[in-house]
Design a protein around this ligand. Structure first.
Ligand SMILES: NC(=O)c1ccc[n+]([C@@H]2O[C@H](COP(=O)([O-])OP(=O)(O)OC[C@H]3O[C@@H](n4cnc5c(N)ncnc54)[C@H](OP(=O)(O)O)[C@@H]3O)[C@@H](O)[C@H]2O)c1
Length: 380
């Protein structure tokens, strides 16, 4: 695509049809003239995060994929299993834009001073609908990236960095001093590890593969436990005892892992507190937040961790609302300052909007595999 200022651009859409088919397509939209306090961004980088994939792919069976349309305007269809359709009733036959965050260059601005100041700047935006060539957004939604930072480097400036910061903030606000994290070799996990090392916070990383242990140890992680190891429960209990972690954030959100973490916290507290036997277990509160759904099985646990515990969901948006605009602004500023260090993201492949609809590409990025995050560049 040329750099000339266009009047229209493509946007990716996801639709769940009445006939239980997922349909992905590209639509052409006119670029609106920005209002006084708005700017138009040419989007150059937008990541395919797990939360985007949930909306984009709607649980469709990728093995049933069919490609149609043209090279420039491809259409992807795949069938959705019957058991998944119930939860999709609210989006039936709605053509939904996708893409929670991204970055690009401001190419048109409204008349306000705030908007004018952004012309030509590379900015990051948390703006939904980012799988598009152009986005018109309020000037105040833009995070100006430090001089020399590319759109690709700034594409993941919000979801994962603010979640990592949010976990640490939640830990502090709820009176804990160290934390446990699962699927810890994820992009987010590596950010959280760097953040905790930098801020001197105890962190127990849980992974499921030896190569993931190696990634985190090479990043400087002190405590890495492998859930596939025979000694996992003992290792986890010891790491929790060493750090004093009493809060955990679980990205798997299914199966037995959350319960095992609470049991190991209880075991570690017994080692630390050395109090006499109580039927109710340790009086220290243990908390686990399920914040992802990487494991689609139901959560399953045996209650072996006394009575002082909690398990709940954790989501970035309500957390930011609770923090309030001033505190959130401070977090955003820290992310901008450390976007190439603490909050750096790595992408394994850069693809165009049309390529994002190719069945073999979807099969690859839908895996959510370690080190395999894809980046869409709508400008190519
Ligand atoms: N609640 C919120 O507000 C919020 C905000 C941001 C992110 N998140 C969540 O944070 C998680 C990480 O996001 P990301 O962008 O950092 O992901 P990512 O870079 O794509 O990495 C995904 C990681 O999850 C692992 N994984 C996948 N399925 C797994 C399973 N069943 N059990 C254990 N590990 C599994 C992968 O390891 P393998 O290579 O072994 O598959 C990989 O290391 C996602 O679940 C996302 O939805 C939630």
């Amino acid at each position: 695509m040329s750099n000339s200022i266009s009047r229209s651009g493509l946007q990716l859409r996801s639709m769940v049809r009445q006939d239980a088919m997922l349909e992905l397509s590209l639509v052409t939209l006119a670029i609106p003239d920005p209002a006084p306090d708005e700017v138009v961004i040419r989007v150059e980088a937008t990541p395919l995060n797990p939360s985007d994939l949930a909306l984009l792919l709607a649980g469709a069976d990728i093995d049933t994929a069919q490609a149609s349309g043209t090279v420039d305007l491809p259409v992807f269809t795949a069938s959705i299993p019957n058991q998944a359709m119930g939860a999709l009733a609210d989006r039936l036959n709605k053509s939904l834009p996708v893409g929670n965050e991204g970055a690009g260059v401001v190419i048109r601005v409204g008349s306000s001073d705030a908007a004018q100041a952004l012309l030509g700047k590379t900015v990051a935006v948390l703006g939904r609908s980012m799988y598009a060539q152009y986005r018109c957004v309020p000037a105040e939604a833009c995070l100006v990236l430090p001089e020399g930072t590319t759109a690709a480097q700034g594409a993941s400036c919000f979801i994962n960095p603010l979640t990592a910061l949010g976990m640490v903030e939640t830990m502090r606000r709820e009176g804990h001093s160290a934390l446990v994290h699962t699927a810890a070799a994820s992009s987010l996990g590596r950010m959280l590890n760097r953040l905790c090392l930098r801020d001197n916070i105890g962190l127990v990383n849980i992974v499921r593969k030896v190569e993931q242990e190696e990634i985190l140890r090479a990043d400087g992680a002190m405590y890495v436990c492998n859930s596939s190891s025979r000694t996992f429960l003992r290792d986890l209990t010891q790491a929790i005892a060493a750090t004093g972690a009493t809060i955990g954030f679980d990205a798997t959100g299914g199966g037995e892992l959350a319960g095992k973490i609470l049991s190991c916290m209880e075991g570690a507290l017994k080692l630390i507190e050395k109090e006499s036997y109580s039927f109710y277990g340790s009086m220290t509160h243990k908390q686990i937040y399920l914040y992802g759904r990487l494991d689609s099985r139901p959560v399953n646990f045996t209650q072996t961790f006394g009575m002082a515990w909690g398990m709940g969901g954790w989501l970035l948006t309500p957390f930011l609302q609770k923090m309030g605009p001033a505190a959130v602004q401070k977090l955003r500023e820290r992310v901008a300052q450390e976007v190439n260090t603490t909050f750096a993201s790595q992408f394994s492949k850069e693809i165009s909007l049309a390529q994002a609809l190719q069945p073999e590409m979807i099969a690859a990025y839908a895996k959510n595999a370690t080190g395999e995050k894809y980046l869409i560049n709508p400008s190519i």
